[in-house]
Design a protein around this ligand. Structure first.
Ligand code: QUE
Ligand code: MOS
Length: 755
């Protein structure tokens, strides 16, 4: 079934937050950001700004009626600075004007005097100074030291991965409208409507029931609107609360890039021990996460790094420690993969180092150690129905990879023997992915759906899922359409609204369709059961014999007189309830943080990607030419949507490790916080030749209708592109540092390590 959203997107008819009509009398909020990364606030003078024509009022920390506190997991983040500033881009004051221009003019006139202190930018330095967001965590399995002592080869090294800007097309945006009795309605761009509701209530000093959050759709999010939408919703709400007028808060691109958190940079140490045949024996790792100035979701991100520390491989002895380190940059946040990519990147680096010290090829090490069904993971869960080997082997066969790899190896051999380097070098890499599906915070694995069948047979569906371009609404439409046996055009996906579906988890962790789709299916079943019971009584047949298909009622295999619409109106007249609410919670999940063991994931998603890259060794430029993937999606609910997720995720992953570089001056000021200074991957950086096969015969009995979650896992394929480029340049074993920008690659080919 075609996703109707695609038509509206292409025609430019889709409406985002700032496309709504905004009343002329409404206020526009513009925030004043700290220009300093760390220091004591001596003076914050808003007097000149307040005199600007068209400015109604300016709020600072002490004007907040509720709490100046927006921390979600840990209460360590304030909305506006008080006596100190912790990062460049920290909100210090909010100006509310009759026009955006007036508010911007006023912001320029705010004066601050900040006693500057030396900021901490490096997570290792923060760790040394004991600047930790939370106590370190360690996952252990077996006896690592003993295994390392008895190993044939031991590889040691260090790996670095960088930040990543989400670059959602729609910047952070909220319109807050006061309704009666001081209540506030927020139309906002968030992945977590309940989180916005809770946060705004706290800052406004209200109970949650006075705040209604409504989300139609987002123009992209990628994790960047999970916790970080709260801040901007609070500013809009505060303005509406104080003035009684609608209030609009929409960030400019440069403000968004300056003030919102990114993917966490990591600096990591690894030790990988193997036996003579190349079997992994033990893995030791220490991860230093650059959390930024406050916790945000960092501790959960850190946890996922540990869950994915050994990537797609079985390692019998593991000792992985991770520290969330407080620094003076924007609090970093969720970003597709949520710490998983950072962990897996380090392990893939360890494999390269292991290949260097053992002389065993990277691909042999990878294939030999892939997870198998029954393998025990460091966190106590056993890999069930592991499809790592199936995906790998299928990729080799389907894309004739041994032949391809051989041809590239031959060029390299020729260069080695002749001692003459060609200008253009080619390289390949395989990247297996295994990603655990579920929120690792167990209680978040729940969702609700509310379905109305109207008397004309049309259907309205509300869930806690937020549509952000990933197609979750359409997947749910497909599920409802199949269950009721009616065409998708009769089914409307309502906005995500906290008054219709409450206490929703963020749409995150790749599980929006899993949970909300399952809840929607349950609600459909409840309504169907009532309809069949009633129709069985009028038709004098058994309810079990009735079904709905092609817009019609069926008794056993034969169509009845009654269409779907007839059934609905007859049931209504017989006073049958035509609405249902259902609650889904993922079964069998548990995790004990005191032992770091349990069963945190409903299942794992697997896949393998093969990359070929070409490097111009003279210029340091490169192209990722081929990306061939075999991905396990279970039984896809909508293959076209899933294909888009796999391709898009992969390109985003390539961007993270190759061209996207967030740089900071020593003062802590970001140097690349504009669209003009930060290089995003685009259509021309996508692999020219991209092929994706979904693993066949791959039904998954742990998610709705046999499907598998798709959002995050493909991101990590991008790691393979990094290694393909390095091999093409002949620097595969030289400095495991990302992003691999052309200038870094040049440095590496010249033998100097820029880092
Ligand atoms: C992927 C994940 C998680 C996630 C987001 C992802 C995850 C998780 C959370 C989380 C935890 C606590 C919160 C919250 C979200 O988010 O595992 O809002 O308060 O626990 O993209 O795996
Ligand atoms: Mo998350 S990184 O919002 O799935």
């Amino acid at each position: 079934m075609k996703n109707p959203d695609s038509t509206y997107h292409v025609m430019g008819l889709t409406r985002y937050v700032d496309d709504q009509d905004f009343p002329q009398r409404g206020l526009h909020c513009v925030v004043f950001f700290s220009p300093v990364a760390k220091g004591k606030v001596r003076k914050l003078d808003i007097s000149r700004a307040a005199e600007v024509r068209g400015v109604d009022f300016i709020l600072t920390a002490r004007d907040i009626p509720g709490e100046n506190q927006i921390g979600g997991i840990i209460e360590d983040e304030i909305l506006m600075a008080e006596d100190e500033v912790d990062f460049v881009g920290m909100p210090m004051a909010a100006v509310y004007g009759r026009t955006e221009e007036a508010a911007r003019e006023a912001v320029e006139l705010i004066e601050v005097d900040i006693e500057e202190e030396t900021p901490i930018l490096d997570p290792r330095e923060a760790y040394e100074k004991n600047e930790l967001i939370a106590p370190v965590r360690t996952f252990t399995l077996g006896n690592t030291e003993e295994a390392i002592a008895g190993a044939a080869y031991v590889a040691r090294g260090r790996a670095e991965s960088g930040a990543q800007e989400h670059f959602y097309l729609e910047t952070q945006a909220t319109i807050a409208t006061p309704t009666e009795e001081g209540n506030i309605f927020l139309s906002t761009g968030t992945q977590a409507p309940t989180s916005v509701q809770r946060c705004v209530a706290k800052v406004c000093g209200y109970p949650m029931n006075k705040i209604e959050v409504d989300v139609r759709r987002l123009g992209g999010a990628f994790g960047g609107k999970e916790d970080q939408a709260n801040t901007w919703a609070c500013f809009a709400a505060l303005g509406a609360q104080k003035s009684g007028l609608p209030c609009r808060m929409v960030l400019r691109r440069s403000e968004d890039m300056l003030a919102t958190g990114k993917r966490h940079p990591y600096s990591s140490d690894f030790t990988l021990a193997l036996d003579r045949e190349g079997k992994f024996l033990a893995y030791k790792a220490m991860f230093y996460q650059n959390a930024g100035a406050a916790a945000d979701l960092s501790t959960s991100v850190l946890e996922r790094t540990l869950f994915h520390a050994t990537a797609s491989y079985y390692v019998p002895h593991v000792h992985a420690t991770a520290a969330s380190c407080r620094t003076n940059i924007t609090p970093n946040t969720a970003f597709r993969g949520f710490g998983g990519p950072q962990g897996m990147f380090v392990f893939e680096a360890a494999i390269r180092e292991a290949s260097r010290v053992s002389g065993i090829s990277v691909e042999e090490l990878q294939r030999k150690n892939l997870l198998k069904t029954g393998d025990l993971l460091s966190y106590g869960q056993i890999a069930e129905n592991a499809r790592a080997e199936r995906c790998w082997d299928r990729a080799l066969e389907k894309y004739e990879l041994p032949k391809r790899m051989k041809a590239i190896d031959n060029q390299r051999e020729k260069e080695k023997t002749s001692g003459k380097l060609e200008r253009y070098g080619r390289g390949y890499a395989l990247m297996p992915v295994c990603f655990g599906i579920s929120f690792t915070t167990t209680f978040l694995n729940q969702a609700r759906a509310h379905i109305h069948v109207y008397t004309d047979g049309s259907v309205g569906v509300s869930t806690g899922a937020v549509e952000m371009g990933q197609g979750v609404n359409h997947k749910i439409r497909e599920i409802v359409s199949e269950s009721f046996g009616i065409d998708g055009t009769h089914i409307k996906l309502e906005s995500t609204n906290t008054t219709r579906v409450s206490n929703s988890s963020p749409t995150a962790a790749s599980s929006g369709a899993d949970f909300n789709g399952a809840a929607a299916l349950m609600a459909c079943e409840m309504i169907k059961e009532r309809l069949f019971k009633y129709m069985a009584s009028t038709l004098e047949c058994k309810a079990e014999d009735l079904s709905l298909k092609d817009g019609r009622l069926y008794q056993k295999e034969s169509p009845c007189e009654e269409s779907w619409e007839d059934v609905v109106i007859q049931a209504y007249r017989a006073r049958v309830q035509l609405s249902a609410e259902a609650h889904y919670s993922t079964p069998d999940l548990h995790f004990d943080k005191s032992t770091e063991k349990g069963h945190p994931f409903a299942y794992h998603t697997y896949g393998t990607a093969y990359f070929e890259a070409e490097v111009d060794r003279l210029l340091g430029t490169y192209r990722v030419e081929k990306a061939y993937v075999v991905h396990d999606l279970g039984r896809s609910i909508n293959p076209l949507i899933d294909l888009g997720q796999v391709e898009g995720g992969m390109v985003q992953g390539i961007g993270w490790l190759t061209m996207e570089e967030m740089r900071y001056a020593e003062s802590g000021r970001p140097l690349t916080a504009t669209a003009g200074t930060y290089k995003m991957p685009d259509i021309s950086s996508a692999p020219v030749d991209m092929k994706v096969e979904f693993l066949e015969d791959a039904y998954n009995d742990r998610a709705v209708k046999g499907s598998k979650a798709v959002g995050e896992p493909p991101f990590m394929y991008g790691i393979g592109a990094y290694w393909a480029i390095k091999r093409a340049a002949g620097t595969d074993f030289c400095s495991y540092t990302a992003p691999l920008t052309p200038e870094r690659l040049m440095g590496e080919t010249r033998g100097n390590r820029p880092d």
